[in-house]
Design a protein around this ligand. Structure first.
Ligand SMILES: Cc1cc2nc3c(=O)[nH]c(=O)nc-3n(C[C@H](O)[C@H](O)[C@H](O)COP(=O)(O)OP(=O)(O)OC[C@H]3O[C@@H](n4cnc5c(N)ncnc54)[C@H](O)[C@@H]3O)c2cc1C
Length: 570
């Protein structure tokens, strides 16, 4: 499928509008063009690789288009497909979404509390007389925050997460498919306050509440649960937390989709900044009329960004392949819910999304800084890519909460990772660096587990036992993420046997080690001389990447036309 041909369509012409509504409207118009070209949602839902290719392309063209596409396909339609038991009414809603007569939106987050995803206040009350539900916002704090449904004239269907109430009893969190607005306006009982002001990923965000919106029975994404004809709620999962995690099964795909977009944005930012630096002549007195990329500072920054862009790509590609081979490599585990449901739903993908966000944030910020004024012009896109990373710090699940849940559940339920017998050797060797990461992770893991065990033995409350150790839990999860990235890169280079990629792996790994060397030094894992040598090794690795720069740029797979940065054609 040649998606680049779509760039000739008028919906993609010209610079992005300044007006936020116009920007969002353009993103939805572009999504309609994409949907038509791919033959509706069906082919994307049937083939995750196609879905991923479309999301990858969209993220490079415009992060707002990507966000709209990710929510529509990877979040809303995926969850309906996974959890819905459609009859006539839901079939009709699915057909609308498939044709993009209506765009999908997701409404989980509530404005009133942090960690609201594990304790939603919005209610869907079952009415036995009509065998329907009434959707209701009981308090101002239960209003839904950030759903992209504020734009008039664009029909929207939402998956709304609510506490199901049957016969006065709370039965757990489920999603309900709710038409929110059509071309004529909002549906009865749906109240939408547009959120004014700029946001990192421009869409039509809102605060939304419900006043007795009637929802048909089959719009309940009930999965295996049911309500009998005499009004009894039955759920074979038998546990509200398990149901919450199951209702959020979509988050496995949502996290993966986010990671795909973040990797694409990272690659695009690196490609744009390197093209700029290669052609930007400088007049510094050391050597007038030299491209800025000849300077060592620029090389460190941008070849570093290029190497990191390949690292995040390796991580995300591995996550996709693993998911295709075995969607639930680690079964959902409701005991991992402390702050949020994301790790419980899919640990690897939640961590991959959080790691991709961090890498994308670093890469795009560095590329922006190294591209001068052109770097902050939205027509050159780098700040839009950086905005995607800012958005995904929270969107798809708060990254810190993901780290806290991951660190806590690792310490409570898993054994520390295996460590090699010896970790001495050439620090330019990726296996030696991986060994160091394993030592750090296993040590932090064992220390954290021991600390909280002691606190538990001392009879402290869960808050007092855990709260002092939360920074350590986050640190453990961060080191685990660094190992995930390093292992993914290792596997890729081993498979491809490609010198250019090996150079990128070396530079990425040595920069990562350089940033993390303090802990290894403090614990005596590295000697001062070894720690001191890392900067020189990284400097040498910059030369290796420079020698393969063209191959590594080509490997990003980004034609100039798709990048579309203004300065490339100015
Ligand atoms: C661009 C964008 C798009 C979004 N799109 C959607 C959407 O379409 N639909 C939707 O439903 N939601 C959407 N969201 C909302 C997103 O899911 C939430 O922002 C996210 O889950 C974090 O929740 P919050 O904003 O309430 O943060 P808060 O809970 O207010 O967190 C604030 C800070 O406190 C920290 N914190 C919170 N609780 C704890 C704790 N117990 N211990 C320690 N630290 C804590 C957090 O890490 C964070 O740093 C979007 C967000 C963004 C930014």
């Amino acid at each position: 499928m040649n998606l680049d041909a779509l760039l000739d369509h008028p919906a993609f012409a010209g610079a992005p509008p300044r007006d936020l509504d116009a920007y969002a409207r353009r993103a939805y118009a572009q999504l309609a063009v994409v949907n038509e070209a791919v033959g509706g949602a069906g082919p994307l839902l049937d083939d995750p690789r196609t879905m991923s290719a479309v999301l990858d392309w969209a993220a490079v063209v415009d992060p707002s288009l990507f966000a709209a596409a990710a929510i529509h396909y990877a979040v809303v339609l995926t969850s309906i497909k996974e959890l819905g038991r459609p009859e006539e009414s839901l079939e009709s809603a699915i057909a609308s979404l498939d044709r993009l007569d209506a765009v999908g939106a997701i409404l989980i987050t509530e404005i009133g509390h942090g960690n609201n995803h594990i304790s939603l206040q919005t209610q869907a009350v079952y009415e036995p007389e009509t065998r329907t539900f009434r959707l209701h916002t009981p308090t101002p704090g239960a209003r839904k925050l950030m759903a992209s449904i504020a734009l008039p004239g664009v029909a929207k269907i939402g998956t709304v997460y609510a506490d199901l109430v049957v016969d006065g009893r709370s039965c757990g969190t489920f999603a309900f498919v709710v038409p929110l607005r059509d071309a004529a306006g909002l549906r009865p009982g749906v109240l939408v306050e547009p959120l004014e002001g700029s946001v990192p990923v421009a869409l039509d965000y809102s605060v939304t509440s419900f006043d007795g919106v009637r929802v048909p029975y089959d719009h309940w994404l009930r999965d295996t649960a049911s309500i009998t004809s005499d009004g009894r709620f039955e759920d074979p999962l038998g546990n509200k937390d398990r149901r919450l995690v199951r209702s959020l099964a979509l988050s496995a795909w949502a996290s993966l989709a986010g990671a795909v977009g973040l990797a694409s944005a990272s690659r695009a930012a690196a490609a744009i900044a390197l093209r700029y630096a290669a052609t930007r002549s400088t007049m510094g007195r050391l050597s007038p009329d030299r491209p800025v990329l000849d300077y060592r500072t620029q090389q460190h920054a941008l070849y570093g960004a290029l190497a990191s862009a390949h690292a995040v790509t390796a991580l995300v590609d591995k996550a996709i392949e693993a998911f295709l081979a075995k969607p639930w490599e680690v079964p959902p585990d409701e005991t991992a819910i402390t702050f949020s449901p994301w790790v419980a739903a899919h640990r690897t993908h939640a961590l991959a999304k959080a790691a991709a966000t961090e890498l994308c944030a670093e890469i795009t910020a560095e590329c922006r800084r190294r591209t001068g004024a052109q770097g902050v012009l939205s027509i050159n896109r780098i700040i839009a890519y950086e905005g995607l990373a800012q958005g995904y710090n929270s969107a798809g699940g708060d990254n810190l909460l993901i780290l806290l849940d991951a660190g806590r559940s690792m310490a409570e339920t898993l054994q520390p990772c295996a460590v090699p017998d010896t970790v001495t050797g050439d620090l330019a060797d990726p296996d030696v660096r991986l060994g160091l990461l394993r030592v750090q992770e296993a040590t932090l893991h064992a220390e954290l587990a021991a600390s909280v065990r002691q606190a538990g033995d001392a009879g402290l409350s869960p808050f007092d036992a855990w709260n002092p150790h939360l920074p350590k839990a986050a640190e453990l999860a961060r080191v685990h993420q660094r190992r995930m990235v390093a292992e993914a890169f290792r596997a890729l280079v081993a498979e491809r046997q490609d010198e250019a990629l090996a150079a990128a792996e070396r530079l990425y790994g040595l920069r990562d080690l350089h940033r993390g060397r303090a802990w290894l030094l403090e614990r005596g894992v590295l000697s001062p001389a070894e720690a001191l040598s890392v900067a020189d090794l990284a400097d040498k690795a910059v030369d290796d990447v420079a020698a393969h720069a063209q191959a590594l740029l080509d490997g990003l797979g980004l034609p100039e036309r798709r990048l579309g940065a203004w300065f490339l054609s100015a």
